[in-house]
Design a binder for this molecule. Structure first.
Ligand SMILES: [Zn+2]
Length: 246
C-alpha cells in the first residue's frame, strides 16, 4: 500500500492519479482528480464525457446503491457508494478530505466508487460495499482490486474524544485514535487504517489494496481540503467506468 502504486498523469491540462493495478484491467477507465482541472475537464480528458455519469447526494451513511438502470436520476438519491456492472456508466464520488475509494472486480467485471469520511467509515461503508458487490454480482472479495485516493491523513485529522471513542468502540484494540502530543483532549485519527481493517475483515487481499497515502490537508498545493480551506474548498472527483469494447 504505497504511493508507488499510483501514477500522476497530465492530460489536456488536467492532473489526476491513476492506480497502476487498475490499468491492466481491459476496458476500464478510472481517475482520482486533483485541484488542477475540474470534473468536466477530467471526464473529457479520460474520454468519459459521453458516458452516463452517476453520482449520489452524499450523506455520510453506509448506504450502497446498485445501478442497474442508467436512466434513473442518481444525483437525487442519498447514499455514499455506487456499484454497477453496466458498461458506459461512470460512477463517481466527490471529496475534499473524505477518502475516495474505487473498487473493481476484474472477474465479474463490476465496479464501485465509495465516499468514506469518518462518519461513513465508522459505519463500515467500505465493507458494506464489498458485501454489496458479492450479493449483487457474486464478486469474490479475494478478486477485488481496491484503490484509496487522497484524503485527510492522521497527521492532520484532529478530533475530540467523542469521535475517538466511537472508533475505539467499533474497532476495539486497533488504536486508530492517538492522543495529540500537543493538545489535551484531542486525538489524531487514522481513517486509512480503519478502511484497511474493513477490507481485510471482508476478505480483500492485502496485496490487492492500494493507497495513495496523500494527505489533502497538508497537500493543498495539489488537493482541495475542507479542513485547510474551509467550506469554500472545491471538491475533487474519483471516477470509474467500464467501457464497451470498440
Ligand atoms: Zn496532513
Amino acid at each position: 500500500m504505497n504511493r508507488d502504486d499510483f501514477s500522476l498523469r497530465k492530460r489536456q491540462g488536467v492532473q489526476y492519479y491513476s492506480c497502476r493495478a487498475f490499468e491492466s484491467v481491459p476496458q476500464l477507465s478510472h481517475a482520482f482528480s486533483t485541484r488542477h482541472g475540474d470534473a468536466g475537464a477530467l471526464l473529457s480528458a479520460l474520454r468519459l464525457d459521453a458516458l452516463q455519469l452517476a453520482m449520489l447526494r452524499q450523506v455520510h451513511s453506509n448506504t450502497v446503491h446498485i445501478i442497474d438502470d442508467y436512466r434513473k436520476d442518481w444525483k437525487a438519491r442519498e447514499g455514499d457508494a455506487l456499484a454497477t456492472r453496466m458498461e458506459n456508466v461512470a460512477v463517481a464520488v466527490r471529496t475534499a478530505d473524505c477518502v475516495p475509494v474505487l473498487l473493481v472486480d476484474p472477474m465479474k467485471r463490476a465496479i464501485a466508487a465509495v465516499h468514506a469520511g469518518w462518519r461513513g467509515t465508522v459505519k463500515r461503508i467500505l465493507s458494506e460495499t464489498v458485501f454489496a458487490l458479492n450479493r449483487a454480482f457474486g464478486s469474490d472479495p479475494a478478486d477485488l482490486l481496491v484503490a484509496a485516493g487522497p484524503g485527510i491523513g492522521e497527521c492532520c485529522f484532529e478530533t475530540g474524544v467523542e469521535v475517538a471513542e466511537l472508533f475505539e468502540k467499533e474497532f476495539p484494540g486497533a488504536s486508530l485514535a492517538q492522543a495529540s502530543p500537543v493538545q489535551a483532549g484531542k486525538y489524531h485519527l487514522d481513517l486509512w487504517k480503519a478502511l484497511q481493517i474493513q477490507l481485510k475483515s471482508a476478505g480483500v487481499r492485502e496485496q490487492n489494496c492500494h493507497n495513495l497515502n496523500a494527505c489533502t490537508c497538508c497537500g493543498t498545493g495539489r488537493f482541495f481540503s475542507y479542513r485547510a480551506e474551509g467550506a469554500a474548498a472545491g471538491r475533487m472527483m474519483a471516477v470509474i467506468a467500464l467501457t464497451a469494447a470498440e
